[in-house]
Design a protein around this ligand. Structure first.
Ligand code: HEC
Length: 204
């Protein structure tokens, strides 16, 4: 009985010391939150496992529509060109100004084909503590599926084929609305191709 009491007291003591240590570390400000200071290997491994397990579980029961519908793919091309290339690149684009400074680095979606369910969930909900936004707040599910459908075709696309499909794509209304809201801050997006070819290009 006495041994058990000693064991319990030791356990609580150790727990209290660990908690106090963690609190001191957190409040000291010693931890570097800078994006250019990368995680240690064990921390990175934990975060990557949390992310992939979480996405896999949340995406499990999502019903996938017909992703070979040409209209859907075309719509997705316009969405992608307007909102995604700065982080995820496009055929023929090797890097952007924003990409090297992001941590985690956004995957190059011209190289890897994404799983449709997981891509849908990720685009709709975003990923915490990363640069990946939740697009579901401003886009309905079918618009998000259009991006997923386009992403299935993107890795096989040449720069010329990409330019052609983006030129034919319907203009991205959501983005145009955003442009009106904040003046000239989106000017650089004209380079993406979508707005260059958009018949509804705003005056700004
Ligand atoms: C500001 C940068 C940024 C923008 C803009 C952005 N993303 Fe992302 N995206 C990221 C980052 C960073 C990740 C990786 C996050 C992580 O690994 O934790 C990511 C991850 C993803 C993934 C998961 C890829 C994989 O291999 O699992 C998909 C799919 C995706 N983004 C699609 C899109 C689409 C479609 C758009 C445009 C509507 C978009 N993203 C716009 C930064 C961005």
């Amino acid at each position: 009985m006495k041994k058990l009491t000693v064991a319990i007291v030791t356990l609580f003591g150790a727990g209290a010391i660990a908690a106090a240590g963690a609190a001191i570390y957190i409040y000291s400000g010693a931890y570097n939150v800078g994006a250019d200071d990368h995680h240690t290997r064990p921390v990175l491994a934990i975060m990557e496992t949390v992310r992939s397990q979480s996405i896999a579980r949340h995406a499990r029961d999502i019903q996938v529509p017909d992703l070979n519908d040409p209209e859907l793919i075309l719509k997705g091309a316009g969405q992608y060109a307007a909102m995604c290339t700065q982080c995820h690149l496009k055929p023929g684009m090797k890097d952007s100004e924003i990409r090297p400074g992001l941590y985690p680095q956004p995957p190059d979606l011209t190289q890897a084909r994404v799983d449709p369910r997981e891509a849908f969930w990720t685009i709709k909900h975003g990923i915490k503590m990363s640069a990946m936004p939740a697009w579901g707040g401003s886009h309905d599910d079918m618009t998000i599926w259009s991006m997923v459908a386009f992403l299935q075709k993107l890795p096989a696309m040449t720069p010329a084929a990409y330019k052609e499909i983006v030129a034919k794509a319907p203009p991205d209304d959501d983005m145009d609305m955003g442009d009106e809201g904040d003046g000239h801050s989106h000017e650089h997006e004209a380079g993406d191709g979508a707005h260059e070819t958009s018949p509804q290009i705003p005056a700004n």
